[in-house]
Ligand binder design. Sequence first.
Ligand code: F6P
Length: 555
Amino acid sequence: MVSEKTFSSFKLASELPSWGKLQSLYNDKGKRLSVKEEFSSDPARFEKLSKTFVNYDGSKILFDFSKNLVDDEILSALIALAKEAKVTELRDSMFAGEHINFTEDRAVYHVALRNRANKEMFVDGTNVAPGVDSVLQHMKEFSEQVRSGEWKGFTGKAITDVVNIGIGGSDLGPVMVTEALKHYAGPLKVHFVSNIDGTHLAEALKVVDPETTLFLIASKTFTTAETITNANSAKSWFLSKTGNNPAYIAKHFAALSTNEAEVAKFGIDTKNMFGFEGWVGGRYSVWSAIGLSVALYIGFDNFDAFLKGAEAVDKHFTETPLEDNIPLLGGLLSVWYNNFHNAQTHLVAPFDQYLHRFPAYLQQLSMESNGKTATRGNVFADYSTGSILFGEPATNAQHSFFQLVHQGTKLIPADFILAAQSHNPIEGKLHQKMLASNFFAQAEALMVGKNEGEVKAEGTTGGLIPHKIFSGNRPTTSILAQKITPAALGALIAYYEYVTFTEGAIWNINSFDQWGVELGKVLAKVIGKELDTAETVSSHDSSTNGLISQFKQWM
Ligand code: F6P
């Protein structure tokens, strides 16, 4: 274990001098700070607090932090907190391939997957760059063969459909990215099966033809119960449709995994296996072979641009001073709201229909990473960690839960994302302009609100007045991209990775393990066996026993 060696100098966030300073700042002025007044008193606020990220291809993304509840003093204290929490030291340890995931004794090295500059990157004394590159070459060749029709199914027909079977990080990334980059889609259709609910697989199998379908079994461990069960059922379906000839599997099944032995046991030719290493966390694996469905869907060159977009953020995060470091600032603001304003949630609303799965993807990234209580010092945190991330695309979200964001009793810091250029500028950009006007209006409305005088001036009287008041001063970060290209999407994901990294570093937790998902898995195995028997189950609490009995009767 490396914990003692590497982390003994990391402290509980609440023990850091700037933590106390931030608490005083919050008490003295932070809780009353009016962003509207900050804008009035500082005409340069937007220039100061908005940062433009320039991607490797020259395209830009503007991150406007100016509508957040901070002033110069609060920001300086947050930056001081980052220094005291040694965020950059942890970052450098990660980039040096150290085992910063100390509870699993592993490096955290997904950044090596997007090392398109092909620098040497070492883990445990081995330069991993050549291995990464060779898997990418394999992905390139394979995806080109399948897309061009050169790769044939067992009856000699070209592949038309790809079914990715995986769950968690082996599903959410590929689903989200293929949806987000649908504009770049080529000849293949993609389908995703993740849920153990038989409906998910059954519905996918209804629309595909075994002669022209390629199944990708995506699982880092190749032992995840849902994925292996779904994969076995898909294999049975395929064999039943093809005269039970296991020789055909080689043309129709590929594995994306770190576990060669299990892949072989499953019956997939390891020539059709795309590997990666244990230092790739599941929720960071879309950059790895797990991204094969993405490469098949949008083409390898676009996948490469996606990797390069993230690589450009790696460079920004490692080379930019803290004051201008975009993801670091995003992470610090999150800590400010979570720990001093006691915000429980974080809303991410993309004003972009193609990004409709982005919040779901970010939920795993953020909540599986930072939903922890134990710290790197092996004691429990005495402060709040991991915010509840949620979101839906706007403008739809405006017509549902935005009511609570505007007038509810809770503070909900929000990120709004828009691309200036639509992939579908229909009706002379009418739709795009309406979308954009909502993007600007929502952030403005949340900030300026509407006070009693303004409500009265509109002619509202009596008991209706309070219902029409908007407190305002509700913080937003506006993220304006030029266009959602593969490079821009890669950059946006990497931005949120480093927001999450910064939060975790400050909270002094290990953002890279996920012990919290284990208990339920173990109990499900026990109960799974109990469902196979006719006996009355009595080994649990009376609620669980009662529910199981009722289920058995009704099943
Ligand atoms: O149960 C959680 C988890 O381990 C995630 O971290 C991971 O992304 C997912 O399960 C799937 O794991 P695998 O890729 O090994 O099937």
